[in-house]
Design a protein around this ligand. Structure first.
Ligand code: MF3
Ligand code: CO
Length: 255
């Protein structure tokens, strides 16, 4: 469909991606609580990157199309792909998404958490809660018998629309496992223009709602990586890698 090449994974390959995903989940559990006000986004990247080195896991983001870090650390109106910086200091009331790909034994998993620094405003907290909720609604939709890729978008955008949030259209989830980005694309909005393959056994992909408090429109930073909301309002991002197996849809990046 549409020239897509979806690489189905065998059970042993899914096993490999599961090992990678569980390491990633364990790392988020361990390092997440250490993220706090006063740290730079570079410090945050270093915490995760050092963990990966200690556990002999690869950081495939390093050098990916010239990307200079192991993680993407995106603060407030940065939606995705924030490059860690020694001069960007986290402060009380910020939100920060940490997006990480981890490689173990050649298998890649991908996950994102958005952390709240100290106390954030109630509307920002709500944006974060509802973005994470939309991820789980997308996962639930993908797990229904006969589900297709656009059922994910319907669930994510259907939920976020209720709050007037902007659903980012220019970036999508994606197949993952052998490489960081594989087919199919997993958009968070529904369009008749998009391919809509059925979700089959052996498919492994990342679902990643990027949800803005205001407009869905984004713009790219002069560094060529950072993606910010066009109106300067905050954005949240949550992501899991999932696999369709004989026993249903499994979240690989959660323990
Ligand atoms: N995890 C990111 C994604 O899902 C990877 C960004 S590419 C990087 O697209 F080079 F910035 F890491
Ligand atoms: Co991703």
């Amino acid at each position: 469909q549409g020239g897509e090449m979806i690489q189905l994974k065998s059970e042993s390959e899914i096993d490999g991606i599961r090992t990678s995903g569980h390491m990633l989940a364990e790392m988020f559990e361990e390092i997440g609580p250490e993220i706090q006000a006063g740290m730079s986004t570079w410090d945050v990247d270093k915490l995760f990157h050092d963990w990966m080195k200690r556990h002999h896991a690869g950081a495939p983001c390093v050098g990916y199309m010239g990307y200079p870090a192991a993680t993407c650390v995106s603060v407030n109106d940065m939606v995705i792909h924030g490059i860690p910086s020694k001069t960007e200091i986290l402060k009380d009331g910020d939100i920060v998404s940490v997006d990480i790909c981890l490689e173990k034994n050649g298998f890649i998993s991908d996950s994102t958490h958005t952390y709240e620094i100290g106390t954030v405003s109630p509307d920002v907290h709500k944006l974060n809660v509802e973005t994470e909720k939309s991820l789980y609604l997308g996962i639930e939709a993908a797990g229904k018998p006969g589900a297709r890729i656009q059922d994910i978008a319907a669930a994510v955008s259907g939920h976020c629309r209720k709050f007037g949030y902007g659903v980012v259209r220019d970036y999508c989830g994606h197949g993952v496992g052998f490489e960081m980005h594989e087919d199919p694309e997993i958009p968070n909005y529904v369009s008749l223009m998009n391919p809509n393959p059925r979700i089959r056994k052996g498919m492994v992909f990342a679902i990643e709602p990027m949800i803005n408090m205001g407009t869905y429109k984004i713009r790219t930073e002069p560094d060529g990586w950072g993606v910010k909301t066009a109106d300067g309002k905050p954005a949240c991002h949550w992501e899991h890698t999932v696999a369709m197996t004989d026993s249903g849809l499994e979240i690989l990046t959660r323990i």
